[in-house]
Design a protein around this ligand. Structure first.
Ligand SMILES: CC(C)(COP(=O)(O)OP(=O)(O)OC[C@H]1O[C@@H](n2cnc3c(N)ncnc32)[C@H](O)[C@@H]1OP(=O)(O)O)[C@@H](O)C(=O)NCCC(=O)NCCS
Length: 184
């Protein structure tokens, strides 16, 4: 079968939702967990739209909550694919809140969701390749490749088999710890 290719724009999903008191904490700010749930749904929609397959969330990379969302704000979540592997897709997400009284728009959150397309037996299935159309597409794809390489490197360095304590004993002295490890 011939390899199918698609453009990043074919994965775009934008959803807006009014923030209600039921999802807020005692100070009128929206729970981070609620926002994460919305982000997971939009990441699913973007990945399923791109792959035309059922998808599951495999991992979420770095979620910074950089601005609090208030009750009454209009939250807008924008998602699009950044990377396509064999069965995995990295969906980049940007979340903004709009204060409807003042019109002020704030960037609340950005994140990267890795979604995997699966078949009816839950096994990973192939997704279309990406057509990179401009410098921004290449930047996003290359950034995902780099992020994956750094994650692999960190996992390897800190795996129980490969981890060596010695270099860290000195380095961690500058941190808020008391090192009480018996000398070997
Ligand atoms: C995600 C899942 C389908 C992967 O299955 P698997 O048998 O480990 O499959 P593989 O090892 O062949 O990996 C398949 C792809 O997923 C990627 N992947 C697997 N685990 C991953 C992780 N934790 N983070 C990022 N990517 C991951 C692999 O890199 C691979 O990518 P590629 O096909 O583009 O090269 C499986 O681990 C799963 O079902 N997890 C539970 C998902 C879930 O319940 N999510 C919450 C509810 S939606």
């Amino acid at each position: 079968m011939q390899q199918e290719y698609k453009m990043m724009s074919e994965s775009e999903v934008t959803v807006s939702e009014l923030m209600k008191p039921a999802n807020s904490n005692f100070s009128g700010k929206i729970h981070g967990g609620y926002i994460l749930g919305l982000m997971d749904q939009i990441a699913y929609a973007s990945a399923a739209k791109y792959s035309n397959a059922y998808c599951v969330t495999a991992s979420v990379n770095r979620v910074n909550f950089c601005y609090p969302v208030s009750v009454g704000d209009l939250l807008t979540l924008k998602a699009r694919i950044n990377y396509a592997g064999s069965s995995s897709m990295v969906i980049g997400m940007r979340v903004e809140s709009e204060n409807l009284k003042t019109g002020a728009i704030n960037h609340c959150n950005s994140s990267y969701f890795t979604m995997v397309a699966v078949d009816e037996n839950g096994k990973p299935t192939k997704v279309p390749g990406l057509i990179l159309k401009d410098q921004e597409d290449v930047r996003r794809f290359a950034k995902s490749v780099k992020r994956q390489a750094l994650t692999k490197e960190r996992d390897r360095e800190f795996s129980q088999e490969d981890f060596t304590i010695q270099p860290y004993l000195e380095q961690l002295k500058d941190y808020n710890v008391m090192i009480d490890v018996p000398l070997q």
